[in-house]
Design a protein around this ligand. Sequence first.
Ligand SMILES: Nc1nc2c(ncn2[C@@H]2O[C@H](COP(=O)(O)OP(=O)(O)OP(=O)(O)O)[C@@H](O)[C@H]2O)c(=O)[nH]1
Ligand SMILES: [Mg+2]
Length: 214
Amino acid sequence: MTEEQQAELETRAARLFSGRVDFLLSAPQLKFLPEPTVPEIAFCGRSNVGKSSLLNAITGRKAIARASVTPGRTQELNFFEVGEPTLFRLVDMPGYGFAKAPLKVVERWKSLVKTYLRGRPVLERTLVLVDSRHGLKDVDREMMKMLDEAAVTYRVVLTKADKLKASDLAKTVERVEAEAKKHVAAYPQVHVTSAEKGMGIAELRAAVLADTGV
Ligand SMILES: Nc1nc2c(ncn2[C@@H]2O[C@H](COP(=O)(O)OP(=O)(O)OP(=O)(O)O)[C@@H](O)[C@H]2O)c(=O)[nH]1
Ligand SMILES: [Mg+2]
């Protein structure tokens, strides 16, 4: 893509997200999923990695998705609609790898997330969020492997980049990209973002729009 095309895409994405973005529903179980009528982009990652915050940043809303300092805040699949009429949906997922929750609850989230990711016909892309300070953990690798096997294309997105020195951030990017290249369904380039400082948000917003194909 040329610089001009990229700028045009970012402008279109900014315009679209400044229009209608509405919470649709919260699905605690698979039977509550909305009808698969438009493309969906899912935000997944470990608990507290910043999924809800990134969704807020991309849509330019302060708190359309509920973020929290307490890990395990998001426990259902939360659907948000974009566009009037609705062009696509963003899906805020429960975090995986949240050790403090009771095992039964963790298993329930895991099966909800995995079943959704594996079998949703309108799922266009998944964003796998990774905390810049921690890099990839085994639970992320497990999730990435599952997505590879399910042939669900995903972008690896580093979050909370504001928390790191530039030199440490560069090392993390290099390490995570080297690993992403080994996963067949992952984009080889990772996105570096900070929901807090707005870093990388315009680019990711444009990428999300392009991924929906609308
Ligand atoms: N410094 C900084 N903090 C962030 C950023 N994004 C999120 N946070 C903080 O990280 C914490 C968790 O954010 P959430 O968006 O709730 O994370 P989540 O992944 O949705 O968490 P669960 O729903 O519990 O899985 C909150 O205290 C946020 O304020 C960021 O870019 N920079
Ligand atoms: Mg959340």
